[in-house]
Unconditional design. Structure first.
Lengths: 190, 190
């Protein structure tokens, strides 16, 4: 499966929420996410455009690998996500394990995310209103589609962005923005 | 925590079971384990004496990292084990993820394991009667102890081995034995 997404800086969540309500999107309860990113022992994920992270949402933990972005106006990449044992102790064990394997902690990205789910042209879409620590407010719109539907999914995503009045997408990931800022509290990237 | 263990080839599980019953060990139901081992992209675990594997017991999956063995008559090493999502699909996702990260499949070790649990001198011990595909029958006795109790735990383990009439321990792991045999069905180690 491919994750296709676009991200936009925004100042006004209220207008966005009104737009999404008009589109009959379902609002989920806001969640606090902490993403702990690691870099590889054999290559630099900043250069290969990959990501490997532990995401903790409350007590729930999951591990995500993201492959290099593929060309196109929206962000398209392989994504593999696997739930691991819940709880802070399991998260710590995970960190210890990947560090034994040679992975290095690069940054922790924390955000409060409000997810809105809706359908368009047979696709399932999500809009995430993200308030990101040290970075500010963003809207991320996302489709998960089979690789064979890549082109069509990208077009739907562009149309939805236009409808929501979203302009000037931010191509960088939150991780890249946090590292670019050299945010205090983030371990230095080697 | 340290895992301290010794392994012995054996021809006769029946005599061993009688010994363990006299020691009032609790017998668990036999389980079928499939261990899928991977090698690292940045170093050779056969040389660094580490191991990284996915163990599937029925639908349950867990990931294990084992650090280099420490000196001593019994096998003592760091072990980190984390449960991941259950099911064959999650196991496949895991394999895909570590292969994206650069890990290579080295071998799959399959065994039927009958576990006997007992206590000795305040320690929790396990004896595993293992019937290993292509390798035959082995008894593995094991203590998990805090690093501060390493010496004492090793002495208890040696005493239990003697009591069970176990001699000539096998220092190699099942993985090492399978690779040494070049067992058919195991992917070649690069």
């Amino acid at each position: 499966m491919l994750e296709i997404e676009m991200k936009f800086p925004t100042a006004d969540f209220v207008a966005m929420q009104q737009h999404l309500q008009r589109m009959k999107a379902t609002a989920l309860a806001p969640i606090d996410e902490a993403d702990h990113y690691f870099n590889a022992p054999d290559r630099d994920f900043a250069k290969t455009d990959e990501a490997f992270r532990l995401r903790s949402i409350g007590a729930n933990n999951r591990v995500t690998y993201k492959g290099p972005r593929q060309p196109g106006p929206a962000k398209t990449r392989t994504e593999i996500e696997i739930a691991i044992e819940a709880g802070a102790a399991a998260a710590d064990q995970w960190r210890q394990m990947v560090q034994h394997l040679g992975y290095r902690s690069t940054a922790i990205v924390k955000k409060r995310r409000s997810i809105y789910q809706f359908k368009r042209d047979g696709f399932d879409l999500e809009a995430c209103l993200d308030e990101v620590e040290t970075l500010g407010k963003f809207v991320e719109i996302e489709i998960v589609a089979d690789a064979s539907q890549k082109q069509q999914a990208q077009e739907v995503l562009m149309a939805v962005a236009k409808e929501l009045g979203l302009e000037k997408s931010e191509p960088r990931s939150y991780l890249e923005m946090v590292l670019a800022k050299g945010a205090p509290g983030s371990p230095a990237q080697k």
